[in-house]
Ligand binder design. Sequence first.
Ligand SMILES: [Cu+2]
Length: 429
Amino acid sequence: MGRPSLADAGAPDYRIEIAETEWELGPKKKVRTAVYSGKIPGQLIRLTEGKPVTIEIVNRLDRAEIVHWHGQWIPVDVDGSIEEGSPMIAAGTSARITFTPRPSGLHWYHTHAMADRNLKHGLYTGQSGLLLVEAKENPGRYDREGFVVLHDWLPYYSASDDGSMMVKYNTASVNGRILGQGDPIRVREGERALFHILNASATEIHWLTLPGHAFEVQALDGRPVATRTKVEALRLGPAERVSALVTMSAPGVWVFGEAREDFRRAGMGTVIEYAGQSGKPQASSPAKLEWDYRAFGEGVPASSKPDVTIPMVFTSRFQGHGALDKWMINDKSYPETSLPSLQSGLRHRLVFDNHSTDDHPVHIHRHAFELISIHGMATRGVYKDVVVVEAGTRVEADLVANNPGNTLFHCHQQDHMDSGFMALFRYAS
Ligand SMILES: [Cu+2]
């Protein structure tokens, strides 16, 4: 898989072993789940933009698996989506892939297998890891790097107000540990720490805060932002990444974690400890949680007119009490969904109209899109591969068709994706 290259002859640069393990989130909090190379999150994979890499993936599970390189602009045979045509890795077999990483920035790798109704499969498992692609020239204006991966655990089905089923969780973690477990992040006063943050939750949107500190957002989904705005709280939908600089200017011992207390109580937090400081970690919740992608844009209308406009209306259909809703794009569920073919080199304006009462983190494979408007308000200069389209709102995003091949679009909420919220873009030949 992947094109044969000289690198295939030798040892791979990285090896990912998919296997079940008993993972200790904390005392008396063990989960049995599939993980990458024995760890949650999987090993940090650090690559250089433009420098080919060979990765061996060994599947020790008794079911087929597939690894998706989220945020990378790579060919369909290695992207890791069966819908696009990448091969599954059969139970007990291995595969070797080679690709040239691009673009730079914070990305990730994760299972792209369907969970269907099985809460022990797909993104409900521990199958995710960070992929940091270094630019050839790295300005590196920071003293320390920190990595933060969020995940929710022990999922169960629960009836929502209308009687349909939704997924809830008992436990949450940062870097595979519940709050209070694992090592604190140790810092010194005056340091500038660059935090690379990923929400690897199967379904939940999360808010993060660090009391007494502000986040200067450098990049969203690995793409540098137009305006490095400082915010008190970060919002990350499933699969979203934020790279943010924090100046360590408030000595103490702090909880870096979910802004909402119930999630912190479930375990979503880690401790930041200044040198020479001790005591009980202090946590707090901001009075108001606000997030506006436009804060990181240029705040002016789109510079380019689209060549093609593609309306995409999101709706759900109640399937009865105790059932998951069915999800539709333009009135059809995957695999019946159908979208116009992309035309190479053209700018396609995707118009997401969310006619449902849920927020949807929608994701485009093998490309990034530029946010053009959020709730009718214009922006530009914010490039993303996931955007949260809030309930009852409209988001416009421009996709320049510059990476030929099948391109999957889907909601990154595992239960929505499994229930039809998915469509394949093809390129016109
Ligand atoms: Cu969704």
